[in-house]
Ligand binder design. Structure first.
Ligand SMILES: Cc1ncc(C[n+]2csc(CCOP(=O)(O)OP(=O)(O)O)c2C)c(N)n1
Length: 633
């Protein structure tokens, strides 16, 4: 039996002799590569923390000690070591274990996470709670260097250092966010890790202090200690953290279990806020022949021996690529267009723009709020920033959107990828809220294209608009077809809907964006049953097309909105308010995501859960049709 097969819970890790822990880590690494080759998932970050997770499991007493992993995508080894090895092949599958941390999945998952940089604050909260309850356990936050580009991490650090609470921060430094990490902090950490002078000076200082200790009495000893502290602050690593109030230890080699255990045991015995700097390699051991470190981050199923993807990407392109190529082409026509990503050049398609227009591309780190206000600043100077951020991560920037952009009517274009149901990433990554949160923003234009050509057309409309913010949302999916080159696509007339089908049955379906396909299919099914509906693409959610709406309410008694977002305060609710004024007798029924969380599953399955399928739409229309037929005439 392999060592890993014997790990039914964390206590089995602790029972192993220390000399077997590296072998256990090796097995964990192989298991990750094998299972994720079938399920797909975030493989790179987990491979980088195999030894760290093993050492943490061994040294600390989880779940009594609270181990708080940041982001959660790197917690696969933690899952294997905390009793989830048997269920691991169900990773990210419908009904299976999550690809992130979940408090309801294991007592060892102290804090649910999928968004970056929550660990520091959450861990400090746990440390304070421990102290108020007079408990004595350890609290450990494990944070990546990428998360150190988030403002939230510094808010937590600032508060933790000042508090003096007993808290351990492990900085997992692999030099990578999803892409190579950016910014001043990243450069600082790289200097700390690689500058041999630091380590030499540290050794010299230690020897010097010991000699002073031996030669002179206690008073001078204190002076020598203080002198050492000041000198240290000048030349030693971690000065920044020391100044913030955290004692700094490291850097430690992160792929040597014994070294990690030694370091963790030492740090564990100390008190106060302290930080251990661990150097790791993202994707360590992944068998990719041509190393491209970004490809390790998240990967579709692959061959475990070579790392090569199992299925070649065929068929229509992903929305992400359509968007990336569109802004790259439009960049040629618009020298004032600049593109901004918050640490996701490949995930958002802005990496395509970066290759062609490197000087007009900005990766600002995992800093969605900053990205937004930075764009606002650019816009004040006449540039036209396109901010590409996933729907779920733009939630982080809500105040910046309202206060910094919208109130000042600055022409920032927000492109929201992964809008709607997101599939196997699950509840932490759902893009279901953007319609609701963007409709509420004054001066905001909200749009959703139904295909790639319309996305390009809307980008043109946005660039021509120039009077305030403009949002375009599209899903984590393939676009319906390869769009024509941008030069051949004209702008979508501002504020217009498109009548896709005119029916005589008194009911109109009003789909948003990609829901047009399902709506048209529903209309065809209904037509075969003798129910003749209209279908109108609501590519502008705000402002609504008043002229088309006025004509619709004249000869329809019910409007059925269909949106890949929450119904609560969604497009249907927004439209109902307007229709109430315009034609109180016309009924508005909204199909969208009900007010609850959604588990990981393939996107089509999730859409079906919310009735966002041709059949779901047809069923709703049938019910409305039957209701009307039952009314006395
Ligand atoms: C708020 C937020 N923005 C963007 C992301 C997308 N994202 C997932 S992991 C990651 C990089 C994290 O880097 P780091 O903290 O160093 O962890 P590593 O993957 O290197 O272990 C990013 C940008 C996210 N999870 N949360």
């Amino acid at each position: 039996m392999s060592l890993l097969e014997g790990i039914k819970g964390i206590e089995d890790v602790k029972r192993l002799p220390r000399e077997q822990l590296q072998a256990l880590a090796d097995e964990v690494r192989q298991r990750l590569i094998d299972v994720v080759s079938v399920t797909g998932g975030h493989i790179g970050a987990g491979l980088g923390v195999v030894e760290l997770a093993t050492a943490v499991a061994y040294v600390f007493d989880s779940p009594r000690d609270k181990i708080v992993w940041d982001v959660g995508h790197q917690a696969y080894p933690w899952k294997l070591l905390t009793g989830r090895n048997d269920r691991f092949p169900t990773l990210r599958q419908q009904g299976g274990i999550s690809g992130f941390l979940r408090r309801d999945e294991s007592p060892h998952d102290q804090f649910g996470a999928g968004h970056a940089a929550t660990a520091m604050s959450a861990a400090l909260g746990m440390a304070v709670a421990r102290d108020l309850k007079h408990e004595t356990h350890q609290v450990v936050a494990i944070v990546g260097d990428g998360a150190m580009t988030c403002g939230l991490s510094y808010e937590g650090l600032n508060n933790a250092g000042h508090s003096g609470r007993d808290l351990i921060v492990i900085l997992n430094d692999n030099g990578m966010s999803i892409a190579p990490n950016v910014g001043a902090m990243s450069r600082y950490l790289a200097n700390v890790a690689t500058n041999p002078l630091y380590n030499r000076v540290r050794e010299e200082l230690k020897r010097l202090t010991q000699r002073v200790d031996a030669m002179v009495g206690h008073g001078v000893q204190d002076f020598a200690r203080r002198a050492e502290e000041s000198l240290k602050n000048l030349v030693l690593p971690g000065v920044l953290f020391q100044e913030l109030g955290l004692r700094y230890f490291g850097p430690v080699e992160g792929h040597d279990v014994r070294a990690l255990i030694d370091a963790l045991e030492k740090v564990r015995q100390l008190k106060g806020p302290r930080l251990l700097h661990v150097l790791t390699q993202k994707g360590k051991g992944f068998p990719l022949e041509e190393p491209d470190r970004e490809k390790f981050h998240a990967r579709a199923p692959y061959d475990p021996a070579t790392g090569a993807l199992r299925a070649s990407a065929s068929g229509p392109p992903q929305w992400t690529r359509v968007f990336g190529e569109a802004i790259t082409q439009l960049g040629g026509e618009h020298p004032e267009l600049v593109a901004i990503t918050a640490a996701m050049p490949s995930g958002t398609g802005t990496g395509i723009f970066q290759k062609k227009w490197p000087d007009r591309f900005f990766d600002v780190g995992i800093a969605e709020g900053h990205a937004t206000t930075f764009a606002a600043g650019l816009a004040t100077q006449g540039l036209r920033p396109v901010v590409a951020i996933y729907s779920t991560f733009l939630q982080r920037a809500y105040d910046n959107i309202i206060h910094d952009v919208a109130i000042q009517k600055l022409p920032v274009i927000f492109c929201l990828d992964r809008a709607g149901m997101v599939g196997d990433d699950g509840q932490t990554h759902m893009g279901l809220y953007d319609i609701a949160y963007l409709l509420a923003v004054p001066n905001m234009v909200v749009t959703a294209p139904r295909d790639g050509a319309e996305l390009i057309g809307l980008l043109r409309t946005a660039l021509a608009h120039g009077e305030g913010p403009f949002a375009i949302r599209y899903p984590r999916d393939k676009a319906p077809a390869e769009p024509p080159p941008a030069a051949e696509v004209t702008a979508v007339p501002f504020g217009t809907w498109e009548v896709l089908r005119r029916g005589k049955g008194g009911i109109a379906i009003l789909p948003v964006g990609v829901m047009c396909a399902q709506a048209m299919e529903a209309a065809r099914t209904l037509a075969a049953e003798g129910v003749d509906v209209s279908v109108v693409s609501c590519r502008f959610l705000k402002p609504v097309d008043r002229a088309t709406l006025a004509s619709l309410v004249r000869d329809h008694r019910a409007l059925v909105t269909v949106e890949d977002g929450v119904v609560t305060n969604g497009f249907g609710a927004y439209l109902a308010e307007i229709v109430q004024e315009l034609a109180p007798d016309v009924r508005v029924a909204a199909i969208g995501a009900p007010d609850r969380t959604f588990e990981h599953a393939p996107r089509p399955v999730q859409l079906a859960w919310a009735g966002l399928t041709a059949e779901g739409i047809a069923a709703r229309v049938r019910a409305l049709h039957a209701e009307a037929a039952a009314l006395p005439s």
